[in-house]
Write a protein that binds this ligand. Structure first.
Ligand SMILES: Cc1ncc(COP(=O)(O)O)c(C=O)c1O
Ligand SMILES: Nc1ccccc1C(=O)C[C@H](N)C(=O)O
Length: 425
């Protein structure tokens, strides 16, 4: 069917969507449209079930829940690592579900940043998420290195995108480590990780990626690309729940590296309860765990990740691109008179799973959207992020959101609100 701009067209696309049955697995808002799965994914019935099962194990088993019950807690992180691994293109032993994004970055930099001789600097970029920069600066300071000199941030020519050639040009012989996002949190640009990893290694530099905005959104091949490490959260596209435990990847060539931040849960599991004061680290990515896993923030991931493994990242990516491409076409057609700029890549190979819509009145347009029960998020100073999620959004959702935006703009409904951000979104 040729694309047209009717709601019937959107309904026809939904009717032939093979992922459509998954929508029924989620708790969706009953009175509106959720478009913020890039910030906090929704609860699914399966995630709820595995959380309740773990809660019940605690209720019934107490301490014995570590080794028995529905999902024994002692191996839960390893079990989830095996479910995360296919999503990022890694071997199960290269992955651990542990910590949080920022804590895992601290752990990985503490373990892999080895300033020596002339190589004393870390390379990052100016568009990355602030927490990463705070962590990198504090890691430098812990080593007595001044971030003003030792943190190099590649800048963006336009404030939206980074150019791989600029990043490669900044890979000079004083750089020891590179930390970059896989997908930029504002524009949704995908960086060419394979190319960057190759360029870094040709120059003897280690490279790690923040995969918060790509895990569960696009396929990865971290192992084959030779990426040294990566870290991510499981609460956005992976729907693990607010504050859900994060993930990390360490390429197998680095197995045996001493963890910078050691703790007893990084031990070989058969040795951990020997209670020896000399640690025997696990001989895989498990070595980078620190303390006791946050079991109740792991448990929902069992149900949530099962769906991703069932469907596979290729099918998720295919639908996600179909949704964002459809949204782009509608925005171009319907919102053209109102001064919006799409601040996300037009090219599908460079586009992550959300669209960034820029407008000088963005803060109050977001508030008007929320009044219509459409949930986007806002990033200062002028970005509305919209994420039509493959597992639970529809083409009709996309259509309705764009039409709601048209109504808001046409009737200047946003003028009823102040153009200032709210606390979170
Ligand atoms: C790209 C990116 N990096 C880091 C973080 C920080 O994650 P956390 O607060 O879970 O450590 C986030 C989200 O909050 C993020 O989107
Ligand atoms: N962790 C959070 C806690 C509270 C509110 C938002 C977040 C986010 O994750 C924001 C997201 N990282 C972003 O790309 O803006």
């Amino acid at each position: 069917m040729a694309q047209d701009f009717t709601r019937t067209y959107a309904e026809t696309r939904d009717a032939s969507d093979t992922l459509a049955p998954y929508r029924g697995e989620f708790y969706l808002p009953t009175d509106g449209i959720y478009m913020d799965g890039n910030s906090l994914g929704l609860l699914s019935k399966r995630a709820e079930q595995t959380l309740l099962e773990s809660l019940n194990d605690w209720k019934e088993l107490g301490i014995d829940g570590w080794m028995s019950g529905r999902h024994p807690w002692f191996n839960l992180s390893e079990q989830l690592a095996a479910l995360n691994a296919p999503l990022i293109g890694a071997r199960a032993e290269e992955v651990m579900v542990t910590g949080s994004t920022t804590v895992n970055l601290h752990q990985l930099v503490a373990s892999f940043f080895k300033p020596e001789g002339k190589r004393t600097k870390i390379l990052a970029d100016t568009l990355t998420f602030p927490s990463d920069i705070y962590a990198l600066k504090s890691q430098l300071e812990l080593r007595g290195l001044d971030p003003a000199e030792h943190l190099v941030q590649v800048s963006s020519p336009d404030g939206r995108y980074l150019k791989e050639e600029d990043i490669i040009a900044a890979m000079t012989d004083d750089i020891a480590l590179i930390v970059l996002p896989t997908v930029l949190y504002r524009s949704g640009q995908i960086l060419d990780m394979a190319r960057l990893a190759k360029a870094a290694h040709e120059r003897d530099i280690l490279i790690g990626f923040d995969a918060c905005h790509s895990v569960g959104a696009i396929p990865h091949a971290f192992h084959d690309w030779g990426v040294d490490f990566a870290y991510w959260c499981n609460y956005k596209h992976l729907n693990g729940g607010p504050g859900s435990v994060g993930g990390l990847f360490v390429h197998e060539r680095h197995f045996g590296t001493t963890p910078g931040l050691a703790g007893w849960f990084g031990s070989r599991k058969d040795k951990q309860f020997d209670m020896d004061h000399t640690m025997t680290p696990a001989d895989h990515a498990g070595a980078f765990q620190i303390g006791t896993p946050h079991v109740l923030s792991l448990a929902p991931q069992l149900g949530a990740l099962e769906m991703f493994n069932e469907v596979g990242m290729d099918a998720i990516r295919e639908k996600s691109l179909a949704l964002t491409t459809y949204m782009t076409t509608l925005i171009d057609e319907v919102l053209a008179p109102y001064g919006f700029v799409i601040g996300s890549p037009r090219s599908e190979t460079q586009r992550g799973a959300h669209l960034s819509l820029e407008h000088p009145e963005a803060a109050r347009i977001c508030k008007a959207l929320k009044q219509h029960r459409v949930i986007p998020d806002f990033r200062a100073p002028n970005i509305i992020r919209l994420a039509p999620v493959a597992l639970y959004n529809t083409f009709t959702d996309v259509y309705d959101v764009v039409m709601t935006l048209q109504t808001i703009m046409e009737n200047k409904e946003y003028e009823a609100f102040e153009n200032v951000r709210e606390v979170v979104a």
